[in-house]
Write a protein that binds this ligand. Structure first.
Ligand SMILES: Cc1cc2nc3c(=O)[nH]c(=O)nc-3n(C[C@H](O)[C@H](O)[C@H](O)COP(=O)(O)OP(=O)(O)OC[C@H]3O[C@@H](n4cnc5c(N)ncnc54)[C@H](O)[C@@H]3O)c2cc1C
Length: 415
């Protein structure tokens, strides 16, 4: 039987495009499909987020040849300072009684000088991925939407909105939380909505951030100040959905006044640099990661709260694991869509991911809560971890995505 591709990837977001690139570099033929063309994904109004990319996840992009395009825009995170405080403090050096400091230099022996992670604006990441996908000669069908998938014993048949059909031994659903591939495969989801939205804004800072990422647990919820290149920062905080919408619609002066109240005089103050974005937050886990000739990837398999900055990192780890599973299967002459091959991918990533998703959920509850006893308990917990070197180093490796059974790409090795 002849196929249109080795793997059809529905969704050319950051997870899907990374998978496509990994497969193509290893000699397989992927096809990417997305209703939004790469050019449209690069518009400043499309996605105002910046993502904290764990140092292990960034290694994958380095191996795929993306470092040159990404590094000028990637801000190294040298320190992470977590503070349980009523207001962001003016001085990073005096964070109050309950804080936790992670410093890249403490694990430098194991990471060869890598930072704790990188802050990268999503549009920069998309732009680098788009360039690399094009240079690798990967076929991209966009704008085009996957409408349904039918599976026979030997092939998956993907139907697009324009009426065209494509066949491959395997289809990957990487189309985010609303995955059509997941739905047509009959895979349900579990999870719940948080009564919150994430508010995201980019600001210019008066003083240098020195590569320090701050997470403040304010009485009203977590507030992150994440360093970007050119003395800017990405602010992410949670608000009730109604309040977040009101902020998004607010006049710039009103938004700015609110921001100043939240931000205080931290780093000399901040001036808004671009539009304000809001994202409704929820937890959504697929009940299964695979079905006959189908695998799920990224947010299609697992959508988590951004409090720990792990959503995309999980998707990138999944992309590395799936690419390795498929490439190794190809070398052994196995059918990439067979149950045995897909079970290896699901075993590798699903349990680990569910564990991280549920601990993130517990974290949201613990840190969005102003109960004085809980505040005291979490403050003491943070202070204790801060005093214990091995605990600090464990959390840094964990946040850096460098624990567990690491796919080769996350070890910095080619497939
Ligand atoms: C406020 C906020 C801050 C965050 N910060 C971080 C962070 O610091 N670090 C981190 O790791 N994660 C972070 N995340 C999570 C991260 O943004 C997501 O996990 C990530 O974007 C998911 O990528 P994806 O490629 O799986 O899915 P998506 O980005 O949702 O991409 C899906 C793609 O599929 C396409 N598509 C949709 N329908 C179809 C269809 N029918 N056919 C074909 N294609 C289709 C879409 O157009 C899109 O291009 C944050 C999330 C939020 C909300």
């Amino acid at each position: 039987m002849t196929f249109d591709a080795d793997v059809i990837i529905a969704g050319a977001g950051m997870a899907g495009a990374t998978l496509g690139l990994s497969l193509a570099k290893a000699g397989l033929k992927p096809v990417l499909i997305d209703p939004v063309g790469f050019e449209a994904q690069l518009a400043p109004t499309f996605d105002g987020r910046a993502s904290a990319i764990a140092f292990a996840a960034f290694r994958q992009w380095r191996v795929l040849g993306l470092a040159e395009a990404m590094e000028p825009h990637a801000q190294r995170i040298e320190q992470i300072l977590v503070t349980d405080a009523p207001k962001p403090s003016a001085s990073a050096g005096a964070p109050g009684p309950f804080f936790l400091r992670f410093d890249a230099s403490e694990i430098a022996g194991r990471t060869e000088g890598e930072p704790l992670g990188y802050m990268l604006e999503n549009r920069r990441t998309r732009s680098a991925l788009a360039g690399a996908v094009q240079a690798a000669g990967i076929e991209v069908l966009a704008p085009a939407r996957v409408e349904s998938v039918e599976v026979t014993s030997r092939a998956a048949v993907v139907r697009l909105d324009e009426g065209r059909t494509l066949t491959a031994p395997l289809v990957v659903g990487a189309e985010g939380r609303g995955s059509v591939v997941r739905r047509t495969a009959g895979i349900g989801t579990v999870g719940w909505d948080y009564p919150q939205s994430g508010v995201v804004a980019t600001v210019r800072l008066e003083r240098d951030h020195e590569g320090v990422a701050h997470e403040f647990f304010l009485p009203s919820g977590p507030f992150a100040i994440l360093p970007l290149t050119e003395q800017r920062a990405s602010l992410v905080w949670t608000e009730s959905r109604a309040r977040a919408e009101a902020l998004k619609q607010a006049r710039p002066e009103a938004f700015h006044a609110h921001l100043q109240r939240r931000f205080g005089d931290h780093l000399g103050g901040a001036v808004l640099d671009g539009p304000v974005f809001t994202y409704p937050l929820s937890l959504q886990l697929a009940e299964r990661w695979t079905a006959p000739r189908i695998a799920l990837l990224g947010d299609a398999a697992h959508g988590v709260h951004p409090i720990a900055g792990q959503g995309l990192n999980l998707g990138l780890k999944g992309a590395a694991a799936l690419a390795q599973t498929l490439v190794e299967a190809g070398r052994l002459g196995e059918d990439p869509g067979s149950e045995a091959v897909l079970a290896r991918y699901a075993r590798w990533r699903s349990v680990d991911t569910a564990g991280l998703a549920l601990s993130t959920d517990a974290f949201v509850w613990l840190f969005s809560n102003d109960n004085p006893l809980l505040r005291l308990g979490r403050g003491l917990g943070m202070a204790a971890v801060n005093r214990i070197g091995p605990a600090r180093r464990f959390f840094m490796q964990e946040a850096g995505g460098a624990t567990g059974d690491l796919p080769r790409l996350l070890q910095g090795l080619p497939l």
